[in-house]
Design a protein around this ligand. Structure first.
Ligand SMILES: [Zn+2]
Length: 165
């Protein structure tokens, strides 16, 4: 009897140890997936700061109506910043006319400021583009863009603030 109890106890301890190892590994993985943002705000704080449309796009992954943003046809030289946190994200230098009705770029200004992740919404796999600093949704990136990258960053103008240079 005592031996059986010891074995049970030992296997329980081993079980607990391996369990805690797994959860730590899992936690680490989750942290890699959803990094801590440099700019973090509550739902209420974002709602107070952003317009209703900005909130829908940036925080709820909405999409503005095609051709609704004045930035779509904007040809001035300057920098496109995140409308939520002000991080410089795209440049007029890499903007092109895609004909889609959304501001389009063939590459980000600083790759480090932009995050790309798989998005399985709407029953298809697309690559979502987010502001890395605040996690705001910007749009999607497709592989049918012009040279030299062949990429098309299809963005919501409402998620961006243009700063003329
Ligand atoms: Zn941002």
């Amino acid at each position: 009897m005592r031996r059986i109890r010891l074995i049970t106890l030992a296997s329980t301890i081993i079980g607990l140890l391996s369990f805690s190892c797994t959860t730590n590994a899992q936690k680490q993985k989750e942290q890699e997936k959803e990094p801590v943002r440099q700019v973090q705000k509550t739902k209420e704080e974002w709602k107070n700061q952003l317009t209703a449309m900005q909130y829908t796009v940036l925080r709820e992954k909405g999409t503005e109506r095609a051709f609704s943003s004045p930035l779509n046809a904007n040809k001035q030289k300057g920098v496109y910043k995140c409308a939520a946190c002000g991080t410089p994200l795209f440049s007029s230098q890499h903007k092109f006319e895609s004909g889609t009705g959304w501001p389009s770029f063939y590459k980000p200004l600083h790759a480090n400021n932009v995050e790309e992740r798989a998005d399985h919404e709407l029953g298809m796999v697309r690559t979502e583009v987010l502001c890395k600093v605040c996690g705001g949704h910007l749009g999607h990136v497709f592989e049918d863009g012009p040279a030299p990258t062949g990429l098309r960053y299809c963005l919501n103008g409402v998620a961006l603030n243009f700063e003329k240079k």
